[in-house]
Design a protein around this ligand. Structure first.
Ligand code: LMR
Length: 335
């Protein structure tokens, strides 16, 4: 549930704090950076890296305050808070922009759309990624960077080898029409649930299973409430790092340049650690022994791809036929 009163109250408090800081001349400018993931994840670590670099490169001109674990806002509230100026920076997952009318980013949720990291980065770190971020501009949002999490795996309380194993399962997805269509194509019933509520939803049986990256799965303790997982790597989870546009545009040019430098380096760091963080999280969960992990055989993978192939064409009108074609062209060139 959105809480507009909490958001407005925080907007007021934050703008008072910023005005005081500016008038005093010496107090650093506060940048509140809210996100929903744990600190010990690719996004959590990259946010802290940005904090460190931004404070250093601005010579203490900014005080970056990172709020992980949905401490300030849950999924749906985050963008409202940014647009109102209650927080200055976020790194939401890419499907989150659809409610603003920018549905192109849902392309990242399509199953098996990126054959490898090179293909993914050809999109996120190239002209196409920049053009997509620019679409946020008339929503009062400036897109600064794409940060990887990684590729998602599936979990449930029964083994998931073939698409038929999903039939009738209630599967948690983040709020994304494409992720919903993916679960329907597998025969499951999708349930959009906020990230901070996934553990409880699994524990209480509101849903039977979920998809997420190993780093999110491990840090949310999902192994305590799921007996089986399949390392399907069927879909990508990544983030756009965004700022409130007015806040960004009003920054003194030298301060903005320092923050741009910090963001550029934090992005290299984020996308450098993400794959390894997920591999390490998967190994930790395997060693823990609570959940049984299965790697898809080549035949099983073929069956998953066949079941999920229609999702892209069905979602193309929603995502934008041109965006989908451009992503396909960029990934094909990189493959
Ligand atoms: C999810 O809701 O599963 C993810 O978007 C959480 C995150 O931001 O990593």
């Amino acid at each position: 549930m959105r809480n507009p009163f909490k958001i407005l109250l925080l907007a007021g408090l934050v703008s008072c704090g910023m005005a005081q800081g500016n008038l005093a001349g010496a107090a650093p400018l506060v940048i509140k950076f809210s996100h929903v993931a744990a600190p010990d994840t690719p996004k959590g670590k990259a946010a802290l890296k940005f904090e460190e670099l931004a404070e250093r490169y601005s010579n203490g001109g900014v005080d970056v305050q990172v709020y992980p674990n949905s401490q300030l806002y849950k999924d749906k509230e985050e963008l409202d808070a940014l647009q109102l100026g209650a927080v200055q920076m976020l790194a939401p997952s890419l499907a989150k922009f659809a409610p603003l009318g920018v549905q192109d980013f849902e392309v990242f949720d399509l199953p098996f759309i990126f054959p490898n990291y090179d293909a993914l980065h050809a999109v996120t770190q190239g002209d196409l990624g920049r053009a997509m971020l620019a679409k946020l501009q008339d929503k009062g949002i400036t897109g600064l960077a794409f940060w990887d999490n990684g590729f998602k795996i599936m979990s449930a309380n029964r083994p998931l080898y073939l698409p038929k194993d999903f039939i009738g399962l209630q599967m948690r997805v983040q709020s994304s029409r494409v992720s919903e269509a993916q679960m329907i194509a597998l025969g499951a019933v999708p349930q959009a649930i906020a990230f901070s509520e996934v553990y409880q939803a699994l524990q209480t049986g509101v849903v039977d299973g979920a998809e997420n990256t190993p780093s999110n799965m491990a840090t949310q303790r999902i192994t305590q409430v799921q007996k089986y997982a399949t390392v399907s790597n069927h879909g990508y989870l990544g983030y756009a790092v965004i700022v409130n546009q007015k806040f960004w545009d009003d920054l003194p040019a030298d301060l903005r340049a320092a923050l741009e430098q910090a963001m550029a380096e934090a992005t290299v760091y984020a996308n450098g650690i993400a794959k390894g963080e997920n591999e390490a999280a998967l190994q930790r969960m395997k060693a823990e022994g609570l959940t049984t992990f299965h790697d898809l055989t080549p035949d099983e993978l073929t069956a998953w791809k066949a079941a999920l192939a229609p999702v892209a064409d069905a979602m193309a009108p929603r995502i934008g036929v041109e965006t989908l074609a451009a992503v396909r062209a960029a990934t094909a060139a990189a493959d």
